[in-house]
Design a protein around this ligand. Structure first.
Ligand code: ZN
Length: 365
Protein backbone atom coordinates (compact mmCIF):
# COMPACT_ATOMS: atom_id res chain seq x y z
CA UNK A 1 0.00 0.00 0.00
CA UNK A 2 2.76 2.36 1.06
CA UNK A 3 4.60 1.44 -2.15
CA UNK A 4 1.52 2.21 -4.15
CA UNK A 5 1.15 5.57 -2.44
CA UNK A 6 4.82 6.33 -3.08
CA UNK A 7 4.51 5.25 -6.71
CA UNK A 8 1.38 7.33 -7.06
CA UNK A 9 3.17 10.25 -5.41
CA UNK A 10 6.13 10.05 -7.75
CA UNK A 11 3.78 9.84 -10.75
CA UNK A 12 2.07 12.96 -9.48
CA UNK A 13 5.44 14.65 -9.13
CA UNK A 14 6.34 13.68 -12.70
CA UNK A 15 2.95 14.92 -13.91
CA UNK A 16 3.37 18.19 -12.00
CA UNK A 17 6.87 18.63 -13.45
CA UNK A 18 5.59 17.94 -16.97
CA UNK A 19 2.83 20.52 -16.50
CA UNK A 20 5.34 23.01 -15.10
CA UNK A 21 7.66 22.49 -18.09
CA UNK A 22 4.73 22.84 -20.51
CA UNK A 23 3.63 26.02 -18.74
CA UNK A 24 7.15 27.41 -18.90
CA UNK A 25 7.38 26.73 -22.64
CA UNK A 26 4.03 28.50 -23.16
CA UNK A 27 5.32 31.45 -21.16
CA UNK A 28 8.52 31.43 -23.24
CA UNK A 29 6.48 31.38 -26.45
CA UNK A 30 4.50 34.33 -25.18
CA UNK A 31 7.61 36.37 -24.45
CA UNK A 32 9.61 36.36 -27.67
CA UNK A 33 11.14 39.72 -26.75
CA UNK A 34 13.76 37.99 -24.59
CA UNK A 35 14.75 35.48 -27.23
CA UNK A 36 14.48 37.20 -30.59
CA UNK A 37 16.16 40.13 -32.23
CA UNK A 38 13.25 41.69 -34.08
CA UNK A 39 9.56 41.63 -34.95
CA UNK A 40 8.27 42.24 -38.47
CA UNK A 41 5.23 44.51 -38.74
CA UNK A 42 4.83 44.05 -42.51
CA UNK A 43 5.02 40.69 -44.29
CA UNK A 44 3.19 39.39 -47.36
CA UNK A 45 3.07 35.60 -47.26
CA UNK A 46 1.70 35.48 -50.81
CA UNK A 47 2.35 37.45 -54.00
CA UNK A 48 0.27 39.16 -56.71
CA UNK A 49 -0.91 35.83 -58.09
CA UNK A 50 -1.75 34.49 -54.62
CA UNK A 51 1.17 32.10 -54.45
CA UNK A 52 3.75 32.11 -51.72
CA UNK A 53 5.71 30.58 -48.90
CA UNK A 54 4.28 27.70 -46.89
CA UNK A 55 3.73 28.99 -43.34
CA UNK A 56 5.79 26.11 -41.83
CA UNK A 57 8.72 26.92 -44.10
CA UNK A 58 8.30 30.56 -43.17
CA UNK A 59 8.44 29.73 -39.46
CA UNK A 60 11.73 27.90 -40.06
CA UNK A 61 12.99 30.93 -41.93
CA UNK A 62 12.08 33.26 -39.01
CA UNK A 63 14.29 30.95 -36.98
CA UNK A 64 15.63 32.32 -33.71
CA UNK A 65 15.93 35.82 -35.18
CA UNK A 66 12.38 37.02 -35.79
CA UNK A 67 9.94 36.79 -32.90
CA UNK A 68 6.57 37.95 -34.21
CA UNK A 69 5.24 38.79 -37.64
CA UNK A 70 2.18 40.73 -38.86
CA UNK A 71 1.05 38.36 -41.58
CA UNK A 72 -1.10 38.98 -44.64
CA UNK A 73 -1.46 38.15 -48.29
CA UNK A 74 -1.98 40.70 -51.04
CA UNK A 75 -5.53 41.94 -51.59
CA UNK A 76 -4.97 42.26 -55.32
CA UNK A 77 -4.72 39.60 -57.98
CA UNK A 78 -2.91 40.34 -61.23
CA UNK A 79 -5.09 39.18 -64.10
CA UNK A 80 -3.40 37.05 -66.76
CA UNK A 81 -4.97 38.56 -69.82
CA UNK A 82 -4.22 36.44 -72.86
CA UNK A 83 -5.07 39.37 -75.10
CA UNK A 84 -2.39 41.46 -73.40
CA UNK A 85 0.58 39.21 -72.61
CA UNK A 86 -0.28 36.04 -74.54
CA UNK A 87 1.53 32.98 -73.20
CA UNK A 88 3.60 35.10 -70.81
CA UNK A 89 2.17 34.57 -67.30
CA UNK A 90 2.72 37.79 -65.30
CA UNK A 91 3.43 37.42 -61.57
CA UNK A 92 3.96 41.13 -60.78
CA UNK A 93 1.91 44.21 -61.55
CA UNK A 94 4.67 45.84 -63.59
CA UNK A 95 4.85 42.92 -66.05
CA UNK A 96 1.58 43.55 -67.88
CA UNK A 97 -0.99 46.25 -68.62
CA UNK A 98 -3.86 43.97 -67.57
CA UNK A 99 -5.80 45.14 -64.49
CA UNK A 100 -5.56 44.05 -60.87
CA UNK A 101 -8.72 43.03 -59.02
CA UNK A 102 -9.63 42.49 -55.35
CA UNK A 103 -9.22 38.89 -54.27
CA UNK A 104 -11.08 38.32 -50.98
CA UNK A 105 -10.13 34.65 -50.68
CA UNK A 106 -6.68 35.78 -49.51
CA UNK A 107 -8.09 36.17 -45.97
CA UNK A 108 -9.29 32.56 -45.90
CA UNK A 109 -5.88 31.41 -47.13
CA UNK A 110 -4.11 33.29 -44.33
CA UNK A 111 -6.58 32.15 -41.63
CA UNK A 112 -6.27 28.51 -42.74
CA UNK A 113 -2.46 28.66 -42.77
CA UNK A 114 -2.47 30.22 -39.28
CA UNK A 115 -4.87 27.61 -37.91
CA UNK A 116 -2.67 24.79 -39.22
CA UNK A 117 -0.05 25.80 -36.61
CA UNK A 118 0.26 24.61 -33.01
CA UNK A 119 -0.89 27.15 -30.37
CA UNK A 120 2.65 28.17 -29.35
CA UNK A 121 3.55 28.73 -33.02
CA UNK A 122 0.43 30.84 -33.55
CA UNK A 123 1.63 33.19 -30.81
CA UNK A 124 4.32 34.36 -33.23
CA UNK A 125 1.83 35.68 -35.82
CA UNK A 126 -0.65 38.51 -36.02
CA UNK A 127 -2.75 37.83 -39.13
CA UNK A 128 -4.38 40.79 -40.89
CA UNK A 129 -7.54 41.07 -43.00
CA UNK A 130 -6.79 42.61 -46.37
CA UNK A 131 -9.15 41.18 -49.03
CA UNK A 132 -11.56 44.13 -49.28
CA UNK A 133 -12.11 46.96 -51.71
CA UNK A 134 -11.57 50.22 -49.78
CA UNK A 135 -13.77 52.07 -52.32
CA UNK A 136 -16.76 49.88 -51.44
CA UNK A 137 -19.03 50.94 -48.57
CA UNK A 138 -19.45 47.20 -47.91
CA UNK A 139 -15.71 46.85 -47.10
CA UNK A 140 -16.45 46.99 -43.35
CA UNK A 141 -18.98 44.17 -43.78
CA UNK A 142 -16.30 41.98 -45.32
CA UNK A 143 -14.05 42.60 -42.31
CA UNK A 144 -16.89 41.75 -39.91
CA UNK A 145 -17.65 38.56 -41.86
CA UNK A 146 -14.00 37.44 -41.76
CA UNK A 147 -13.84 38.04 -37.99
CA UNK A 148 -16.98 36.03 -37.33
CA UNK A 149 -15.99 33.23 -39.73
CA UNK A 150 -12.46 32.93 -38.31
CA UNK A 151 -12.67 34.08 -34.67
CA UNK A 152 -9.46 34.03 -32.67
CA UNK A 153 -7.26 34.72 -35.69
CA UNK A 154 -6.97 38.36 -36.81
CA UNK A 155 -5.41 41.43 -35.15
CA UNK A 156 -5.73 44.08 -37.85
CA UNK A 157 -6.64 45.20 -41.35
CA UNK A 158 -4.11 45.79 -44.11
CA UNK A 159 -1.84 46.34 -45.72
CA UNK A 160 -4.51 48.02 -47.79
CA UNK A 161 -3.76 50.70 -50.32
CA UNK A 162 -5.31 54.02 -51.25
CA UNK A 163 -2.72 55.90 -53.32
CA UNK A 164 0.17 53.82 -54.65
CA UNK A 165 2.44 54.51 -57.59
CA UNK A 166 1.68 52.25 -60.61
CA UNK A 167 -0.83 50.16 -58.62
CA UNK A 168 -3.90 52.32 -57.83
CA UNK A 169 -4.54 53.25 -61.45
CA UNK A 170 -4.42 49.56 -62.51
CA UNK A 171 -7.18 48.38 -60.18
CA UNK A 172 -10.44 47.49 -61.91
CA UNK A 173 -13.48 49.53 -60.85
CA UNK A 174 -13.77 52.76 -58.88
CA UNK A 175 -10.48 54.34 -57.79
CA UNK A 176 -9.90 54.39 -54.03
CA UNK A 177 -9.78 57.78 -52.35
CA UNK A 178 -8.96 59.21 -48.93
CA UNK A 179 -12.16 61.22 -49.11
CA UNK A 180 -14.47 58.25 -49.80
CA UNK A 181 -17.11 57.56 -47.11
CA UNK A 182 -16.43 53.84 -47.67
CA UNK A 183 -13.02 54.33 -46.10
CA UNK A 184 -14.49 56.23 -43.15
CA UNK A 185 -16.94 53.43 -42.46
CA UNK A 186 -14.14 50.84 -42.65
CA UNK A 187 -11.89 52.80 -40.29
CA UNK A 188 -14.72 53.50 -37.83
CA UNK A 189 -15.33 49.77 -37.68
CA UNK A 190 -11.61 49.04 -37.17
CA UNK A 191 -11.60 51.54 -34.29
CA UNK A 192 -14.69 50.00 -32.72
CA UNK A 193 -13.22 46.47 -32.84
CA UNK A 194 -9.64 47.46 -31.97
CA UNK A 195 -8.08 46.30 -35.24
CA UNK A 196 -4.75 47.92 -36.14
CA UNK A 197 -5.07 49.62 -39.55
CA UNK A 198 -1.94 49.26 -41.72
CA UNK A 199 -2.44 51.62 -44.62
CA UNK A 200 -0.32 52.38 -47.67
CA UNK A 201 -0.72 55.90 -48.96
CA UNK A 202 1.97 57.63 -51.00
CA UNK A 203 2.91 61.05 -49.69
CA UNK A 204 2.97 62.49 -53.22
CA UNK A 205 2.36 61.64 -56.88
CA UNK A 206 5.21 60.09 -58.91
CA UNK A 207 7.35 62.73 -60.65
CA UNK A 208 5.64 65.86 -59.22
CA UNK A 209 6.12 69.23 -60.88
CA UNK A 210 8.47 71.49 -58.92
CA UNK A 211 6.61 73.55 -56.32
CA UNK A 212 3.48 71.43 -56.55
CA UNK A 213 2.06 70.76 -53.07
CA UNK A 214 0.98 67.13 -52.49
CA UNK A 215 -2.82 66.97 -52.13
CA UNK A 216 -2.52 63.54 -50.47
CA UNK A 217 -0.90 65.04 -47.42
CA UNK A 218 -3.81 67.30 -46.47
CA UNK A 219 -6.36 64.57 -47.18
CA UNK A 220 -4.38 62.08 -45.14
CA UNK A 221 -4.09 64.40 -42.15
CA UNK A 222 -7.84 65.02 -42.26
CA UNK A 223 -8.51 61.27 -42.47
CA UNK A 224 -6.32 60.59 -39.42
CA UNK A 225 -8.04 63.40 -37.53
CA UNK A 226 -11.49 61.99 -38.40
CA UNK A 227 -10.56 58.62 -36.81
CA UNK A 228 -8.93 59.31 -33.44
CA UNK A 229 -10.04 55.95 -32.03
CA UNK A 230 -8.34 53.88 -34.73
CA UNK A 231 -4.71 52.80 -34.34
CA UNK A 232 -2.90 53.47 -37.61
CA UNK A 233 0.38 52.29 -39.02
CA UNK A 234 1.17 54.45 -42.03
CA UNK A 235 3.26 52.15 -44.22
CA UNK A 236 6.66 53.25 -45.54
CA UNK A 237 6.28 56.82 -44.15
CA UNK A 238 4.51 57.43 -47.45
CA UNK A 239 7.56 56.70 -49.64
CA UNK A 240 7.91 54.35 -52.60
CA UNK A 241 9.95 53.21 -55.55
CA UNK A 242 9.75 56.60 -57.25
CA UNK A 243 7.90 58.48 -54.51
CA UNK A 244 10.84 60.45 -53.19
CA UNK A 245 10.88 62.17 -49.83
CA UNK A 246 9.02 65.44 -50.38
CA UNK A 247 10.63 68.77 -49.59
CA UNK A 248 11.07 68.89 -45.82
CA UNK A 249 9.85 65.30 -45.37
CA UNK A 250 11.43 65.12 -41.90
CA UNK A 251 9.72 68.39 -40.90
CA UNK A 252 6.33 67.14 -42.14
CA UNK A 253 6.59 63.83 -40.28
CA UNK A 254 7.84 65.61 -37.17
CA UNK A 255 4.87 67.99 -37.28
CA UNK A 256 2.50 65.02 -37.46
CA UNK A 257 4.21 63.08 -34.66
CA UNK A 258 4.31 66.09 -32.35
CA UNK A 259 0.59 66.78 -32.80
CA UNK A 260 -1.31 65.32 -29.79
CA UNK A 261 -4.39 64.91 -32.02
CA UNK A 262 -2.39 62.41 -34.11
CA UNK A 263 -1.04 60.28 -31.25
CA UNK A 264 -2.89 57.26 -32.70
CA UNK A 265 -0.74 57.38 -35.86
CA UNK A 266 2.44 55.30 -36.12
CA UNK A 267 4.72 54.71 -39.10
CA UNK A 268 6.61 51.74 -40.45
CA UNK A 269 10.00 51.93 -42.15
CA UNK A 270 9.46 48.76 -44.17
CA UNK A 271 10.49 48.11 -47.81
CA UNK A 272 14.00 48.17 -49.28
CA UNK A 273 12.77 50.98 -51.56
CA UNK A 274 12.30 53.10 -48.39
CA UNK A 275 15.55 52.04 -46.75
CA UNK A 276 17.38 53.27 -49.85
CA UNK A 277 16.33 56.84 -48.96
CA UNK A 278 16.84 56.65 -45.19
CA UNK A 279 20.42 55.36 -45.44
CA UNK A 280 21.27 57.06 -48.77
CA UNK A 281 23.90 59.37 -47.23
CA UNK A 282 25.39 59.84 -43.75
CA UNK A 283 23.32 63.06 -43.49
CA UNK A 284 20.06 61.29 -44.40
CA UNK A 285 20.79 58.51 -41.91
CA UNK A 286 21.58 61.05 -39.18
CA UNK A 287 18.39 63.03 -39.83
CA UNK A 288 16.22 59.88 -39.82
CA UNK A 289 17.91 58.60 -36.63
CA UNK A 290 17.43 61.95 -34.89
CA UNK A 291 13.74 61.93 -35.75
CA UNK A 292 13.26 58.37 -34.49
CA UNK A 293 15.21 59.17 -31.31
CA UNK A 294 12.85 62.07 -30.66
CA UNK A 295 9.75 59.85 -31.16
CA UNK A 296 10.92 56.35 -30.19
CA UNK A 297 7.39 55.04 -29.57
CA UNK A 298 6.05 55.72 -33.05
CA UNK A 299 8.25 53.81 -35.52
CA UNK A 300 8.06 50.12 -36.38
CA UNK A 301 10.48 47.97 -38.28
CA UNK A 302 9.00 45.85 -41.07
CA UNK A 303 10.43 44.02 -44.05
CA UNK A 304 7.60 44.30 -46.64
CA UNK A 305 9.03 41.14 -48.17
CA UNK A 306 6.71 39.21 -50.48
CA UNK A 307 6.77 35.39 -50.12
CA UNK A 308 10.47 35.21 -49.14
CA UNK A 309 12.21 31.91 -49.91
CA UNK A 310 15.13 32.06 -47.47
CA UNK A 311 16.30 34.01 -44.42
CA UNK A 312 18.97 35.98 -46.29
CA UNK A 313 16.39 37.40 -48.71
CA UNK A 314 13.87 37.88 -45.92
CA UNK A 315 16.20 39.98 -43.76
CA UNK A 316 17.82 42.02 -46.55
CA UNK A 317 16.10 45.23 -45.49
CA UNK A 318 17.02 44.58 -41.84
CA UNK A 319 20.70 44.46 -42.80
CA UNK A 320 20.23 47.54 -44.98
CA UNK A 321 19.13 49.46 -41.87
CA UNK A 322 22.24 48.58 -39.83
CA UNK A 323 23.70 52.12 -40.17
CA UNK A 324 20.39 53.60 -39.00
CA UNK A 325 20.03 51.26 -36.02
CA UNK A 326 23.63 52.07 -35.05
CA UNK A 327 22.65 55.72 -34.54
CA UNK A 328 19.55 55.09 -32.45
CA UNK A 329 19.55 55.31 -28.66
CA UNK A 330 19.32 51.85 -26.99
CA UNK A 331 15.70 52.61 -26.05
CA UNK A 332 14.70 53.68 -29.58
CA UNK A 333 16.47 50.70 -31.16
CA UNK A 334 14.66 48.29 -28.89
CA UNK A 335 11.32 50.00 -29.49
CA UNK A 336 11.60 50.09 -33.27
CA UNK A 337 12.77 46.49 -33.54
CA UNK A 338 10.44 44.84 -31.02
CA UNK A 339 8.62 46.79 -28.32
CA UNK A 340 6.39 49.08 -30.38
CA UNK A 341 5.16 46.05 -32.29
CA UNK A 342 4.38 44.22 -29.06
CA UNK A 343 2.59 47.19 -27.53
CA UNK A 344 0.32 47.80 -30.56
CA UNK A 345 -0.42 44.18 -31.44
CA UNK A 346 -0.85 42.93 -27.85
CA UNK A 347 -3.47 45.62 -27.38
CA UNK A 348 -5.13 44.75 -30.73
CA UNK A 349 -5.26 41.04 -29.84
CA UNK A 350 -6.83 41.82 -26.48
CA UNK A 351 -9.47 44.14 -27.93
CA UNK A 352 -10.36 42.05 -31.01
CA UNK A 353 -10.74 38.88 -28.91
CA UNK A 354 -13.05 40.81 -26.54
CA UNK A 355 -15.13 42.04 -29.50
CA UNK A 356 -15.36 38.51 -30.90
CA UNK A 357 -16.38 37.20 -27.50
CA UNK A 358 -19.48 39.37 -27.62
CA UNK A 359 -20.31 39.31 -31.32
CA UNK A 360 -19.49 35.78 -32.40
CA UNK A 361 -21.64 34.41 -29.59
CA UNK A 362 -24.50 36.60 -30.74
CA UNK A 363 -24.27 35.16 -34.22
CA UNK A 364 -24.10 31.57 -32.92
CA UNK A 365 -27.27 32.00 -30.84
ZN1 ZN B 1 3.60 45.78 -48.33
Amino acid sequence: MADRILECGSRLTIAATTIAIAALSVVAALQPRDRYELNDSHLHLTNYIQEGTNIRDFLTLMGTKVGRVALFGIPLQQQWSYGNSGDFAPTYYLQTDAPLYYYSFTDAVIATAYRSLAPAERERFDPMITGFNPADVYAADHVRRVLTTFPGVFSGIGEFTIHKEFVSSKIAGETASLTNRALDRLLDFAGEVGLVALMHNDIDVPFPKPGQEPYQLVQLRDLFLRHPKTTFIWAHIGLGRVIHPVRDQIGIIEKALSNPALSHVNVDISWDEVAKYLVATPEATRAAADLINRYPDRFLFGTDEVAPADQTTYLKVYRQYAPLFAQLTPEARENVRTRNYERLFDEARRRVRAWEHVHVKEIAR
